[in-house]
Write a protein that binds this ligand. Structure first.
Ligand code: ADP
Length: 339
């Protein structure tokens, strides 16, 4: 449906998007994820026709979009900086794009009613947008973007302004809604939870390039490199020398799952893969931090050698700060990273 063919976007002589190749299949939900400044918004703006492309091609449904103005691209936009029109009511906001496309008044009225029902605001046509909650405004913005039945819907930090609980609920609803409508979606966010909950496929960006592309499970289970692993919040990443099923690390020898490639590599130990036992067993450590997370506790351990280690342990029986423990490693939770 959408193909970016070595697309580069520059600000001055700096490439904010650097020869990116990216495909989005029909009905697919792709989330571009990356830290602030990695080029996510620039990428979306280039596809939308709001930012000129310096090199490469953007193809939508096989059609080269070069020279096609933004409003003729057949893409729906829900961007953070595009507020609702404050002087129009909800119905007027949703109908806006339809009227622009020359839809008759009666047909527009019908379409607006069905879209508002779809986003969970049936009968809200006459309400003032100023009187809506943040979540409701977000739904109206979504209905407005969906109104002209765009081939591709693009979302920029769609739920960024909302509080966490509302965001978690809306993201599930969005996924169900897009599934039902068969909408093709390209979204960008810096929030990994949002990306993983929404996407069929996640594309992690770093400095204008693609660092990794895969299903949420693939990216979570096998981060491509140290950058992706750290961006996902993993702290236990160290240089290691891997030979077969054993790695030499600053913490000592660590067993790794079989198929790992040998050589000088980066090694990730998931916090759940650090077994915490009594002092005297395994790697001697002092507990220097303890964070309660609801289901479990994340301990920060200072080992007798090597950098600090994060360990996720059950709440019941979790050691206290200052206690001495022994740490071991679960090979199935150790990942040899590329890059
Ligand atoms: P993200 O959406 O991932 O936060 P952006 O696409 O907004 O990243 O920005 C990518 C890079 O381009 C950043 O270094 C940013 O400072 C720069 N940039 C963004 N917009 C402009 C602009 N209008 N002029 C100059 N530089 C810009």
């Amino acid at each position: 449906m959408l193909a970016l063919d070595d697309v580069t976007v520059r600000y001055g002589d700096r490439a904010a998007v650097d020869a990116i190749r990216l495909d989005v299949a029909e009905h697919e939900i792709v989330c571009v994820l990356g830290p602030s400044g990695s080029g996510k918004s620039t990428l979306l703006r280039a596809v939308a026709g709001l930012q000129p492309v310096a090199a490469g091609r953007v193809l939508l449904g096989g059609r080269d979009l070069a020279g096609v103005p933004a409003h003729r691209r057949g893409v729906g936009l829900m961007f953070q900086d595009q507020q609702l029109f404050p002087h129009r009511d909800v119905g007027g906001n949703v109908a806006f794009g339809l009227r622009m496309h020359g839809t008759s008044r009666a047909a527009a009225r019908e379409r607006v009613a069905s879209l508002l029902t779809l986003v969970g605001l049936p009968g809200a046509e006459r309400r003032a947008v100023g009187a809506l909650s943040g979540g409701e405004q977000q739904r109206v913005a979504l209905a407005r973007a969906l109104a002209p039945s765009p081939q591709l819907l693009m979302l920029d930090e769609p739920l960024g302004q909302l509080d966490r609980s509302l965001r978690e609920r809306l993201v599930v609803e969005l996924r169900q809604l897009f599934g039902r409508l068969g909408t093709t979606v390209l979204a960008v966010t810096h929030d990994q939870g949002e990306a993983f909950a929404l996407a069929d496929r996640v594309v992690v960006m770093r400095e204008g390039r693609v660092a990794q592309s895969g299903t949420p499970v693939e990216v979570w289970e096998r981060p491509a490199d140290e950058f992706v692993a750290r961006f996902l919040g993993f702290a236990n990443v160290v240089p290691a020398t891997v030979h077969g099923s054993v790695a030499d690390t600053p913490w000592g020898k660590v067993g790794v799952a079989a198929a790992a490639a040998s050589g000088e590599r980066s090694l990730l130990v998931r916090p759940a893969g650090v077994r915490v036992g009594p002092a005297g067993s395994g790697l001697g450590c002092e507990v220097v931090g303890r964070t309660f997370r609801g289901e479990d506790v994340v301990l920060l351990l200072r080992p007798e050698r090597g950098p600090e280690l994060e360990a996720a342990v059950p709440l019941r029986g979790a050691p206290e700060v200052g206690e001495r423990v022994g740490a071991g490693f679960e090979a199935s939770e150790v990942v040899v990273l590329g890059g």
